[in-house]
Unconditional design. Sequence first.
Length: 835
Amino acid sequence: MDKLNSWEYCNPSNFEDKLPNPYNFINKVLNTMILNEVYNKIFEIEKYRDDPNYEGHLRTLPPQGIFEIPQLTSISRESSDNLIAAGDSQGNLMILDLIKKIRIAKKETNGKRILMVCLSDREQATDDYRNVCAIGVIHHNDPVVYIYRYRINDNKILLHHTITMSKDNKLISEYPVQIDISKYCQYISIAQFNGCIKVFRIPDIKVENIQNSNQLSNNNSVESHSPIHNQSLSKVSSRFREFQQIGTQQQNTAIQSSPLDVVCTELSDLVYQVKFQGVKKQLNYNGIIEKMKTEGFKEQQVQEEEKQDIKKKLLAPIKKSVEPMIAEEIVYEENDNSIQISDGDYPELKFKALVEFVTERLNFQNGNRTFNSYKQQICVTGIVVGWTNTTILEIHKFTYPSKSALPEYLKFQQAQNNIQQKVKQQIVEIQILYPLSSLAISKNSINLGVGLKQGSVFIYDLILEQEKFYLDKHVSNCTIIKFCEDNRLVSASYDGGVNIYDTQEGKLLCKRTHQFRKGTRMKIEEQKKGLWRIIGMSVSNTGLAVALDFQQEVRIYDVWHGEKIAKLSPQQVMDEKTRIWLTEKPIIACFKNEILISAFFKFDTKQQTTLLIFKIFDNLVNLFPALANIYRKGVAKEKIMNLFQRINKSELLNASFEIPTLQGPPSNQVKNIGQENRTSFQRPGSIHNSNKSNKLNKLPVAFNQNVKQSRAISLIQSLQKSNQSEQQVDFNSSFQSHLPSAFTNRQQKRNSKQVILTKEILHPEEFLLEKEKIQVPFLVKDELQMVQNCRTRNLEKIIRMEKVTNMIQQVGQKLAIEEEKKKQQQRHRQLSVAK
């Protein structure tokens, strides 16, 4: 640009040209290093004032690894050994190791496309086969559900059971659409295309004959390698030697080396079944009026015929007219069950079945003594069933919590005390006003999260069987809802909004649009078309949620603090391939340590799907300086993830954050305040009595204002603001004494309350780095009676409400019929007068 055309050069009040030469350089440095950052922050603040959905400066995180699996269709949840099962369009079933980022095993099935893969393992098993996983698989255009088993380090996927859902291979009505395996590999739920649900029991592997089979295999191996046998083999010809080797191989395969080597069987143990009849078609206001008009016209014709035959009726003897009972035709709306099977995708289900397993806690006492401790064991007792676009939401309980309900490998030597009462097979209906759209259940099976098509979100208490909280609603349909542990709930909507709730207090922590729309409000047409809708979301128990929208944007949310923290990129560093997020049937999974998202790139006009890996811990350390500072001291990763949940967000951004009494390098260790000169060990209760000897009073008052106390200010502030601490504690009250006289000490004891030394004060490193354990209290008999009384009151309330609504509907129908009759009579009179 010409200097003569710039106002700064031609401005008479500008004397920059008279200044020395280093001035321009210094001015540029100030602008780039200081002023530009200040202006950017001011711009972000102004944007936040105008629109709270503005993202600000979000860091873009690249993937840390890739699974090169072409034509991937489905992945399962994570096992206890960081393994997942995956399936592709060619019918291949694979086991992937998330730690090593490799494929461990592969199984070629019937060649049909795999629609869904589900995985569960034998948790808390005491035998050598506790790491055996059960894998459920359904294929496209296949009425059979396959159940495989896999054991680590065996590198074999074995088919154990099959479930044939339909014998008719032409109609699609009974074909499986969705499956889920419960805890401990005990039950499998299968949702069919017509909306029906079936629950089968999966038999456990038999580990009784392991020692016998191992002994037989050892004996065979000894005999085969004996010197006598080798001498006899040397004397025989080569043909006979080959034949004998084949025979020994067949004998070895016939002997079972493990309980996994079994013959595939057909499962017929049907535990429970829920049939879906459909939704009853209800007439609108116009339909009711038309129906009443047609009935009135028929009555008018009958009256005219009666007037013509008055004379005949007078002569005939009077008989009581018996009105025929006309049964109303009930029409139900269902899925298109008459569709024939084709090679294309299944049609979209209007009434999709949503199934979640319900678990309850069973209490066992160690021994027969009254003061012995109790053990808790979780057992599956029922299912929660709902259908989308309907107001049907039910809880089905098919068993009661007892020792017989547990899997076979969970056996206790102690006698069982049934504290909880037996629950018969029952159905609890949950009344909702608007159609259902999404469903989720918490980890402890206490809270049930429900999302409605109208946008409402509420939490249902499964113990008391009543509504717990009605949460802040979305603008449009709540499409996805997920729980994080038991304290957080994340919901996504059709308009592109993401909400995070605190389920303990029923509060809204975050209400954001998934991506900022450049200062313009979303139009109604775009909202109806769903251009910003969330098409995939997953939540990890570590406190992160990942969401993908229709515009191919992926964001990460901090569930504990309710913030949007980063966005993900499908492009890897120093990679020539240009990848794009997959929007049609995307795969999004957020596990304990990894995030998996499907992407694709076009190669020779073919679409190849890849699975991108994002490490949760590495990304959190890069985003938050406080976690990086603690990680440099050699603290384990699991403890740092627990710290991420505990402290405040302002402390996460503090690069100098430290934890007192943290055992690190000697130069970085921080000692307890006021206890540097204490050599003898005392129990915590003796600190209050130490004022008598005036040991603490000899310490100077100004000592507590040193630099070491300032290091713990951030920790104390975060602990005071934390939601986990139930008591507000003064951290320095038990270590300070401002007045050394005995009279003032006595007066302080009388006036002030006794300070309770908690774990937060004495061992802050253990409190912050340990995982918070929320223990569900044991239910005593009196509390069980209280719970049952609450349930009966809720049932009575629901019955009364149903009676009142039915009475109001009947009265309204009668009034409407009477009004229509009066109108018809007036019209008839007017016509008769006119004639």
